[in-house]
Each structure stands twice: as structure tokens, then as C-alpha cells.
Design a protein around this ligand. Sequence first.
Ligand code: GLU
Ligand code: MG
Length: 467
Amino acid sequence: MTTLADPVPGGRPGDVERATALSGELAGRGVHGVVLAYVDTAGIARVKAVPTAKLPSAAAWGVGMSPVFDTFLADDSIVTTDVLGSPDGDLRLYPDLSRLVVLAGQPGWAWAPVDRITQEGGTHPGCARTFLRHLVARAARRHGLSFRASIEIEWAVGQGPAAEGEFVPAVTGPAYGAARQVELSDCLAELLAALAAQGVDVDQIHPEYAAGQFELSVAALDPVAAADRSVLVRQTIRAVSGRHGLAVSFAPAVLARGVGNGGHLHLSAWRDGVNLHAGGDHRHGMTADAEAFTAGVLARLPALTAVTAPSPASYLRLRPSQWAGVFTAWGRETREAGVRVITGTAGHRDRAANIEIKPVDLAANPYLAFGCVIAAGLDGLANSAVLPEEITGDPAGLGAEEARARGVRRLPGSLAEAVAEFTADEVLTGALGPVLTDAVIAVRRGEIAAVDGFDDAAVAAAYRWRY
Ligand code: GLU
Ligand code: MG
């Protein structure tokens, strides 16, 4: 449970003392600098860094960074709106010291996620991490709910440095193949060692389906911690792979055709320490609340894709029969439904049951993605939403008539369609508030314009190495 207070000028209570002690300890461990990270609206992790000795000052007064990054695009160009994208003003980045870790994959460095506030000390309405922190705290206060969450990470390993625009897989073994695991043996072992040293509880790591692809999953945490962790794990994969001379791509579509890189979200709602997705008298053991929450998420999937699949390249991945879940359908262990209900194994269900949201990739800002999915779920809960009939098999095989009758819709086929759904969605835009809504719409429209006239191969190439 994240109970962290908002930062204030002078520092959160106790933080300056803590940062002073930490900076001495870090220096003693050979750490020279601390990377301060957040994720922008386009899904790019942006950083500032301070020498270790300046950590107390960062904890007290923050570190400056322009608000213009709220409307940066993935290619670093900037869009403007009536309120965003101006060269004026400044924000202060405040590290969350409770999440500071020494980076085992980058000797000499530590890392911490930040919240951003204004120079006057007010909450920055464009700060995605603050948005999620507040939403989770409100769900606890108003509904007595907490959440357990995680993000699966898929990536492709390429020979590096590859020529401009190229992806040459660094491994050639088959999907899920022992050969591919052997090919990357040293790098994967070093990665596991680095993540363990950083306190990341890895569940699994394996060769995935697409060329050069791997996947890593981690244990569930509260949503803010899970989003932080997803940023940290990617930083670590990149760093360790780089030390092995390899390039990594977390892009939704490394190539224009075929299975892409997903970033499936796992989420369960809990009350009083009890998992609402298990032990209930609704389908597959869901409680009435879990069903309503899940139905709320399912109903808003088309609008959610503007947040969970935010890149033009996301729509190369979001195609039927590629395990990306491109239909508004749900089913137990159904890998082509947008929402997969996971019951867990008999005997373990009270811990393991959760929902998996599939039309999500790693171009998504994880704080915005969790926040919007939870807002959709809470709306379902408030309205006692009911799940339609479950599907089995691939919804792509349903005839148009049957799909319509069962409420199974294809998710947006382009970012433009997703933005139209999102713009009309009062629950999501209401939860985000006017500034984040403005940022999401402006950045998505900017991305659409940036690839105007590109064919699929050019879209894939444009984003291949950006995320
Ligand atoms: N790579 C697939 C995707 O794009 C997911 C494969 C899997 O089910 O793990 O989401
Ligand atoms: Mg996978």
C-alpha cells in the first residue's frame, strides 16, 4: 500500500535526514550518481541525475525539469496545446527515497522514481505518478480497496549496434527454445543476478515467440510500486544487455508483421486482505465486486487503448490471432480475449487469482495505464456492471453476426480510432483531469501526424529503438 505523502518544498517529513544518511551510505558503496526517473506522456522514461552528494538537496528542493516534457513525442519533437508545451516554467522532481535502489547493472549508479511538483509547492496536474498515487489512495479511502499489480515485460534482443533502421536478432533459436536460452545464457544469468541484487522478485524469464524475443515477469505489488518496477526492470535489461554488446527493443512492433512485444497488465482488487477474484459465488470464483470491476474494465477497453497502446506502432501489434487480445471479450485463460480471467491453481487461488489485460504494450506510461484501468474498474463497481457471456477460443473466428450478438467488438485498429474513443470517454478523461487528458490527446495526435504517409515497415522502424 502506497501511503507516501506528496512532496513539499523543504522535503517530505524525514526525507532530508534519510537522504543525508543514504548519500553517505551510497558513496561508501561506490555510487557516484543517482538517476531520477519518470515516464512522459509518450511512454518514454526521461531522467535527470545528481551526484550522490546532492541527494539531500534533491530530497529538500527537488531537481528542475521543464513541464514541456509532458508533450514530448517519442521522437523528441514537441507539440503544443493551449496550456501545454510552452518553453516557460519549471517543475521540481522529488525522488521517492523508499524506492531508491543501487543499480547492479550500472556500477556507480543508483536509481529512484520521482513525483513532480510546481515551484510553488503544488501538485503538478500532469504528473502521471502522482495521478496513480492519488487514485489508489482514494480507492482505499472510499471503497476500502487495495490492488496487487504487475506488468509483464517482453523485449527483442538485437545485434548491436545495428545499422540505422535495422533489427538483426542476436539469437536464432526457436520460440521458447532451449537453444535460444543457451545462446543468451551469460546475459540472462547476469540479468537475474542484477535484478535480485536490486530487490526485484522475478517470477519467470523465458525465450518468447517472436524473433530474438524474451519475456520476464515479476511478483505483484501495489500499482505504483509495480509501475516503478516496470521502469526499473527495463533500465536493468537495457544496461545488462548493453554490457554484452546487445541492443534491446521494447517497442510494440519490432517488425511490421507478426507477434509484437506486449506489456500485459495483471491486476487484482482486495478488501481487508482478501482477494476479491477468488472464493466468490460468481463465475470462476469471482465475487460480485470482482465481476463488476472486471466488467468495468472490459467495457472501456476501446477507449483505454489510447492509453495502453499509445504508439502508432502499437496498432501493428494489435492484430487478431497474435495473442494481443484485440477483442472486447473475456474468458478464463483465453489468450485472444482482451481480458483473460486467471483463477490460479487449485489451492493457491486466494493469492493467485487476477485479471490480465492484454491490449497493453510497453510504449504505455505504466502509471497512466494502471490509473485508467483502475478508474474503469471502479466505475464498473459503482454501477454493478455485469460481464457478458464468456468466450472460448479465438474471437477472430466468430462471424460478424455472432460477434455482434455477444457484444464482441474489435478494438480500435488505429491510434486515431483509439483517440476518438478516449476523447468521448467521460470516465477516463474525468479520472485523468483536464491537464493529463489534454496531454494524452495532444501527444497521440502528434504521433499520428509524425508518421503520416508512412507504410507499416517505416512505422515499425520509427519506434523500434525509442522505448
Ligand atoms: N507477445 C504477445 C503480445 O504481444 C504475448 C505473448 C504471450 O501471451 O505471452 O502481447
Ligand atoms: Mg509473453
